[in-house]
Design a protein around this ligand. Structure first.
Ligand SMILES: NC(=O)c1ccc[n+]([C@@H]2O[C@H](COP(=O)([O-])OP(=O)(O)OC[C@H]3O[C@@H](n4cnc5c(N)ncnc54)[C@H](O)[C@@H]3O)[C@@H](O)[C@H]2O)c1
Length: 357
């Protein structure tokens, strides 16, 4: 790796990864290409180390010639593709942008990478790494075994269907054209700089404002949660040691229900920023998300056994660090929530959901 293009590097995981790579790879140049949609924000990158090795370019991956020119101009040898529309609820309300960015956009980045790679004199040093999700595998019953890398795809939301399509395209470029690719499918991430539409930051911020804590349905949906820094470490390892053409599952090896997550957050807040009554009294069950997947679980034996990676954070210490981060970064929170129609989105998504008694 010399010149790395990161797409979506102003989003939650992408910005954490930019920071991680600048800290852990002393020689490379990072080009961050991001459209700065509502989910991307340069404030997520305000404290970068080694800034002289970092360039930001605002642009849309749906614009093929722009992506192609960027790869050529910066002599990119490694593409790490994070850019996506990433929120399931938004994909239910408006799926079109998910089709554009996640499918057409990924196709553009792949095609641009293929153009650069096929003309390169140093083909062996090129890599396209695609960031994907456990949601492509569908939903598990409580007794089903965890997803492995060969679990058949069964996406059930416009978000997961568009991510599944992008994974298929990435594999097609490997099998058809020989483009050197790797893919990681990861479980739910949490940690610093996550846009507060997702469960964990939404609950933290609502609690701090004394608002209701909306829990979909009975709250017994099961997820696997990974601290974002652990995800960054796993991606880095796959870039260094992963086998071309292969997929690696990444997860936190935990199986809490959503209601357990919400109660854990309330418990940390009761301790770190006590209010007049326990935060859990704000919990409100609201009608479930349509087609809501009941359970995800990741089998991470492959990345453990082949590459020697496992998560460093337990759910309890990762969640505690996350609550502490949001408490000490109120300026970031205020800025993010004052922009991009954040409150309008919350009203649109939650306003018409009545409380379930
Ligand atoms: N958040 C999770 O729990 C999770 C879990 C597994 C996989 N993933 C995957 O990881 C990746 C990053 O997720 P995230 O949570 O950081 O997402 P995010 O929504 O926080 O960030 C996405 C970034 O992509 C940018 N972007 C969106 N459309 C673009 C376009 N057309 N052109 C250029 N940039 C564009 C946005 O501006 C934003 O900076 C996604 O591919 C997502 O599917 C996320």
């Amino acid at each position: 790796m010399k010149n790395v293009l990161i797409t979506g590097g102003a989003g939650f995981i992408g910005s954490n990864f930019v920071r991680y790579l600048l800290r852990n790879e002393p020689d490379l140049q990072i080009i961050n290409l991001d459209a700065l949609t509502y989910a991307g924000n340069l404030e997520n990158l305000s404290d970068l180390p080694n800034i002289e090795r970092y360039t930001f370019i605002q642009g849309d991956i749906c614009d093929f010639s722009f992506v192609k020119q960027t790869l050529e101009k910066y002599q990119i040898d490694t593409v790490i593709h994070f850019a996506a529309e990433s929120h399931v609820d938004r994909s239910i309300v408006g799926p079109a942008s998910f089709i554009q960015t996640n499918i057409v956009g990924t196709f553009n980045v792949l095609q641009a990478a293929y153009n650069t790679w096929s003309k390169s004199e140093n083909k062996n040093n090129f890599r396209f790494h695609h960031i994907s999700t456990d949601e492509v595998f569908g939903s598990l019953f409580s007794t089903d075994p965890a997803f492995t890398e060969i679990t058949p795809y069964d996406p059930r939301s416009p978000y997961s269907a568009s991510k599944a399509a992008s994974d298929h395209l990435v594999r097609a470029y490997y099998h058809t054209y020989g483009l050197p690719i790797t893919i990681t499918n990861c479980s739910n991430n949490y940690g610093p700089y996550q846009f507060p539409e997702k469960l964990i930051p939404l609950i933290i911020l609502n609690a701090l404002q004394g608002k209701h804590l909306p829990v979909y349905g009975d709250g017994k949906q099961v997820r696997d949660w990974l601290y974002v820094e652990d995800h960054c470490e796993a991606i880095h390892l796959v870039l260094k040691k992963g086998k071309l053409g292969e997929t690696y599952n990444i997860g936190g090896e935990n199986q809490p229900t959503n209601i357990e997550i919400v109660n854990m957050i309330c418990k940390f807040l009761d301790e770190l920023k006590p209010a007049s009554s326990p935060y859990a009294s704000l919990i409100e069950h609201v009608p479930d998300r349509p087609g809501h997947d009941r359970r995800y679980a990741m089998n991470i034996d492959k990345i453990k056994n082949e590459l020697g990676w496992s998560p460093k954070h337990t759910l309890a210490n990762g969640l505690r660090e996350t609550v502490e981060w949001y408490l000490s970064n109120i300026d970031w929170v205020n800025l993010i929530t004052s922009q991009n129609n954040y409150q309008n989105w919350l009203n649109k998504n939650y306003q018409n959901r009545e409380e379930i008694k």
